[in-house]
Design a protein around this ligand. Structure first.
Ligand code: UD1
Length: 418
């Protein structure tokens, strides 16, 4: 089993080119299905979740090619509308293929994605919206059979919660549908705007993507597009937390600082110097960080839930006690027990984590419980005294493009080991 081994205490310094956003490339790769011709996605990260997307597209009949950071998808021979169960299980976000397959064929079969490491992650909002759009959904033996016998019909949908995945699925289903679909209380995350930009450049008529009301006028056909994926704001937060805990100084190139305003202010609160120059983001950290005022995860533009574990890891070594309140997912703190193995002092009560900063963490053996929790262990390991060995790193590989190589380039003592 591959593991990551870190000898902590090295100050990070240098420049990092930011990878494309995982949460953008997944729905956009699903969207390529809806086109009639070959599309190319640039700035496509080399991560396991993209591998899974490519396997789903291939299973549905697409011809996919990856070259460096570009993915080309030719959907001209697409013929399948059943998303293979094993691939659904590999990646919960494969649920976003549901909207795309429905939009393409008017029918889809997927397995029910069920719960996962962050707690129950229902798709009731996705399904009730699709039902409103004329889709009949029946569940048998854990499979969802979805069919829009009379085609996808435009309608008004008011989401009870601005779910990212539900907003994406509605857009994907509606784009080739009949008439106008309006989403009220839509998710406003930058990845939604990126999906709308991709679809619009292929001929869609989507207005308001990235705002709380999205208008989708159905069109007859989408052609193709050449599109560059936006930078990954959570990966940006990850490398910034790594620099911060080591008293380091790094520059992130190709960033979109306006996407992480709420995260940047936490770094500033912890006494780091953060400088923004166009698409470059520089962080310069002091030897000892300060505690920060209470952080609450919220929907965009609030503090992103995915950045929570990284900031919690960083605050383990800050001077004083900080509080993090998780408002999006029920079970986001599994990684805390692993951080404690390194000497972190964290107490969790329901959705609140109280982090009492300690002077030093110490290296230990630990294991990833989920993607961002795993990255948080790397952050902690980089500043811990001695050696940290991280197991179950397949979680990290789902979303980080060569995190070991990248951190080595800026001075970390980090390796893969068997
Ligand atoms: C996406 C991101 C994930 C991020 C999350 C919140 C991708 C691939 N994943 O996940 O990294 O953490 O946004 O920013 O883009 N909910 C329901 N019913 C539904 C749908 C959601 O109750 O039908 C609840 C979920 O259980 C959760 C909350 O709404 O508590 C947020 O979920 P959602 O915004 O849908 O997140 P995802 O799209 O799953």
């Amino acid at each position: 089993m591959k593991k990551i081994i870190i000898k902590g205490g090295k100050r990070l310094e240098g420049e990092i080119d930011l990878q494309g956003a995982k949460n953008s490339v997944l729905p956009i790769s699903a969207a390529t299905l809806l086109c009639s011709k070959k599309s190319t996605l640039h700035n496509c990260p080399n991560i396991a979740d993209v591998d899974t997307s490519v396997r789903i597209l291939t299973a549905l009949g697409c011809d996919c090619k990856r070259e460096n950071k570009s993915l080309t998808v030719d959907p001209s021979n697409v013929n399948g509308y059943e998303i293979p169960d094993n691939l659904m299980r590999e990646m919960r976000s494969s649920v976003v293929f549901l909207g795309a397959v429905l939009g393409k064929f008017g029918k889809a079969v997927i397995s029910s994605p069920g719960g996962c490491e962050l707690g129950p992650r229902p798709i009731d909002l996705h399904l009730s919206a699709l039902r409103k759009m004329g889709v009949t959904i029946t569940e048998e033996h854990g499979l969802l059979y979805c069919e829009a016998k009379e085609g996808i019909k435009g309608t008004e949908i008011a989401l009870g919660f601005p779910s990212v995945g539900a907003t994406e699925n509605i857009i994907l289903a509606a784009v080739l549908g009949q008439g106008l679909t309006v989403i009220h209380n839509a998710a406003k995350e930058p990845e939604i705007s990126d999906l709308a930009d991709f679809l619009n450049s292929a001929g869609a008529r989507i207005y308001g993507g990235g705002s709380d009301t999205v208008y989708i006028h159905g069109v007859k056909k989408l052609t193709s597009s050449e599109h560059s994926i936006i930078p990954d704001r959570i990966v940006a937060a990850t490398y910034m937390s790594c620099a911060a805990v080591t008293g380091g100084s790094i520059t992130l190139n190709g960033a979109m600082p306006s996407h992480i305003t709420s995260v940047l202010s936490v770094f500033a609160d912890s006494d780091c110097d953060v400088t923004v120059r166009g698409k470059s983001l520089r962080i310069n950290a002091k030897k000892r960080l300060s505690r920060v005022p209470t952080i609450r995860s919220l929907v965009y533009p609030g503090f992103p839930t995915d950045a929570g574990p990284l900031i919690i890891a960083m605050l383990c070594k800050a001077k004083g006690t900080s509080v993090f309140v998780e408002n999006i997912f029920e079970n986001r703190f599994s990684f805390v027990d692993e951080l404690k193995r390194l000497g972190a002092k964290i107490e969790t009560q329901g959705k609140t984590a109280i982090i009492e900063g300690v002077e030093n963490l110490s290296g230990a053996s630990c294991k990833c419980t989920d993607l961002r929790g795993g990255a948080a262990l790397i952050t902690a390991g980089l500043c811990a005294k001695g050696e940290t060995v991280i197991d179950q790193i397949h979680h990290i590989e789902r979303g980080y493009d060569d995190i070991v190589g990248t951190l080595k380039l800026v001075g970390a003592d980090i390796e893969y080991t068997e």
